[in-house]
Ligand binder design. Sequence first.
Ligand code: ASP
Ligand code: MG
Length: 467
Amino acid sequence: MIVLKFGGTSVENAAAIDTVVRIVQREQHRQPVVVLSAIAGATNTLIKAAHLAQEGDHEQAIRLMNGLLERHVVILENLLESRSVIQLLILEIRRRFDELKLLCQGITLLGELTNRSLDAIASAGERLSTQILAEALAERGMPVKLVDARSFMITDDHYTSAAPRFGEIQSRIDADLRPALQSGNIILTQGFIGSTSKGITTTLGRGGSDYSAAIIGAALEAEEIQIWTDVDGILTADPRICPDARKLKVISFREASELAYFGAKVLHPSTILPAVQKNIPVIVLNSRKPDSTGTLIVSNPPKSNIPVKSIASKKGITVINIQSTRMLMAYGFLEKIFAVFDKYKTPVDLVTTSEVAVSVTIDNSSCLADIVADLSLAGDVLVYEHKGIVCIVGEEMQSTAGIADRVFRALRTTNVMMISQGASEINMSLVLNEEDIEAAVKYLHAEFFPVSQTGEILETVHHETGR
Ligand code: ASP
Ligand code: MG
């Protein structure tokens, strides 16, 4: 058994869905469960319409709904062959939208939008996309069985970010999904959506379809989970900075997690945790290149001859330096400092300390003035804005001598403000001036991934320009 998850851009129009159909067909012999997102932009539109309704702009909410209805109609008219199926499906989809519009009307009348209502509306995108794909698969002669995720994805009632109830999900998947798969059906279901045990619709939080796929894959002990998206996989650097960035064939879960903070637009590693815990390989693939190999994410990748896997960066970083002679030989100082960040719900990313000073970085500076005011009670505070972080990630950096030497030689003309590398960490992070970030990434990439370098895990890819 395998899980095939397709994101919004993989089903954004009829041509994209056609590719999905071909991928499912190709994998049919492996007993696939297909997990689908809403068509690209649908969830955003639905949520926006709900908010407009609440603000009393019922007309604009209806306009958005009609636009979305039209997109679905265009898709199925271009995708399906049978006129009668198209007619029936259009009727059905119109009925769904009538319901959505009624919901919006209710919200406008009440002037109130609860999270529960929001989930009822936001979940529509996945319910629509799966219905369209189900017809397309059936029309191509595949034994598809559309299963409403709300029949097995049982969650608590924290609407808009509901937590799955793993035990209950497991028993329902064992009772219903597994036998259906074993008797030769292709199971198609919605990502992102679930239901309370009382049957009220919930969602797992934005981008939750990857999580759905991992939960289903883990419950079925799937052979693998394929996450189909619109990027080639995980690369050695951002191709907009390094056009010669290469694709990694394999990466560890820990490496992928480090890179996620830097906005590697691939997937959020915490969402695949259920799969990782069961050692189920997760592969990220590009549905615009259905024959490409993607990047495999595993808990324990084989040892490689490449100590550094990727170079990531992030701008818009603020460094806060707190200096105090009171810190000398004292304890409890760090606790006081971190309590301030806790109070203002501001995550701290990098930390370095010396005997008399602590430096931290934050990327959310919305409470900066308050934070500085509170920290000033503990010492002298200096703030440096417009900084950036360059991060070098690789499992085997720890066990390879000479990495730091290569990093600093590559950056010999760059002013480095802060350095952080922990004892068992798989990354080294450097804080630089924002304007030096791109050059630094280029220098480091040239050092660790010279064009001549080959390796089991590196693959040259053609990057589309303009992305
Ligand atoms: N459609 C949902 C969203 O846009 C879930 C997903 O795509 O993963 O957040
Ligand atoms: Mg998505």
